[in-house]
Design a protein around this ligand. Sequence first.
Ligand code: PLP
Length: 377
Amino acid sequence: MTMHAPPLDRLVPEYIKRFEPYIPSKPDDELKKLYGCTRLSRLNNNENPLGPPPAARDVIDGFPPPAASVYPSGDAYYLRYKLAEKFGLHPDQFLVGNGANEVITFVIKAFCQEGDNIITADKTFAVYEWVAEFSGFEARLVPLKDFGYDDAGMLQAVDERTKIIFVCNPNNPTGTYWSRERLLRFLDAVDGRQIVVLDEAYFEFVEKEDFPNGMALIESYPNLVVFRTFSKMYALAGLRIGYLAGSKEVVDVIRRTCVVYSVNSLAQQAALAALEDGEHVNRTRQLVREGREYLERELRRMGLFFVSGEGNYMMLKLPMSDTLAYRKLMARGVMIRSMTGFRFPNWIRITISYMEAMNAFIEALEAILSEMKSRGA
Ligand SMILES: *Cc1c(COP(=O)(O)O)cnc(C)c1O
């Protein structure tokens, strides 16, 4: 006997019916087959090409297989103590998640209910918007101004149902940032009425004097929640570990929405070791500095418009469709991020990596652009 199909029309909420799922890219080997390339430079996800710091590598190498059979610490105990020491806060002011992506869901679940909204920018890290929408909450997207978050526009969008304001600092993908002064002015204007999330996924890359450290502001602003991740600077993206910090009162609320054991043992131990390593951050910054200088020089020579700021990435505008450019660059072994999905049609974002990969990118880009010209397009 065959069962009837479930009555999805009745079972599925309207906001899920409306939501388009994100389609992740295929594994490298499948992509190579698909595009007919032998090598592939992954410049699409802002990964650190240096890999994890040596101390974290040792932990990964030495992980005893029997430890895989035991549940991890349910609240990342030792890691939270380490973070507390590093930032001068209490261990209970931290929540560790399966990547910063998971802590985004913790915060939205903790504060939003039917009819509420969150505010963020229209061209920024998309997960804030996605989690809000597939959870049935409105995401109010305030257009960027001069490629940066528009503080005045965001304040205007606030109403009595606004629960959370997400600010990505520096912004992925534009690399723009709010200075300390500008952030303080914004926090003062919000005046504690909403939760303000400061996503500092690229904090460790920034060397600017006037760049604010969210961790140092938590004491003065108990409505501030700061995100950090081990995926970018510390190159542990594959282990999935990130965290949030905030005032004890706010973190006590968010903790109720955490699913216990979502952060595995190896990730916790590797993250703990990664924090010990001082030279890794400097080496990575050096690599990004050199790669950025090279890319800026080459793109200027080619007459292409780009936006280059903080973080280990930059954006450039192409005289062609970004999705077409993606396919053409893939055929030449270079994977970039096409930005139609970020609402930047004809733009691409590229991760700053080893010089060899940067050369490969510039070469491939010149080839596809001259191919387009010779077609008389
Ligand atoms: C990569 C990224 C994250 C998520 O990082 P994970 O810890 O890997 O989930 C969050 N915010 C921004 C802005 C990012 O670029």
